[in-house]
Design a protein. Structure first.
Length: 133
């Protein structure tokens, strides 16, 4: 059984239109051909503006992503308040869109996500939590 091909343009357009507070959005869970890697599951990660509350954002994002990809379960992560590992994993997904004028937010986020992850791993190695890789 072939996995479902995802319409990335539809997801990006829907989120841009229905969730204007999203500064940028990234998606994990697709292979190189845009098909689901995991049976029926996507991971959407978004950074929202500081003037948007967590619950308010989720109340708008969840119905929007559900309408864009019906029959596909989608985890939604707000990147504003997550740990270094979650940020690092998110930036290694596919960038759906960056809102115009917010490119600096995206670049800064990626830079800090990678740096924070490397610092965390260095501390873990130094403290013997993980062995040198």
């Amino acid at each position: 059984m072939k996995s479902q091909k995802i319409d990335l343009r539809k997801i990006a357009e829907t989120l841009r239109e229905q969730c204007p507070f999203i500064l940028f959005a990234m998606l994990n869970g697709l292979d190189e051909e845009g098909r689901l890697k995991w049976l029926g599951n996507l991971e959407l990660s978004v950074l929202v503006g500081s003037d948007t509350g967590t619950w308010s954002a989720l109340e708008q994002i969840i119905p929007a992503i559900s309408a864009a990809v019906p029959d596909v379960f989608c985890d939604v992560t707000l990147l504003n308040r997550v740990d270094a590992i979650t940020r690092f994993r998110a930036v290694h997904g596919l960038c759906l869109f960056i809102r115009e004028g917010r490119e600096q937010h995206f670049h800064k986020f990626v830079l800090h996500a990678n740096l924070d992850y490397r610092i965390m791993r260095a501390h873990q190695r130094r403290n013997g939590i993980i062995e040198n890789e």
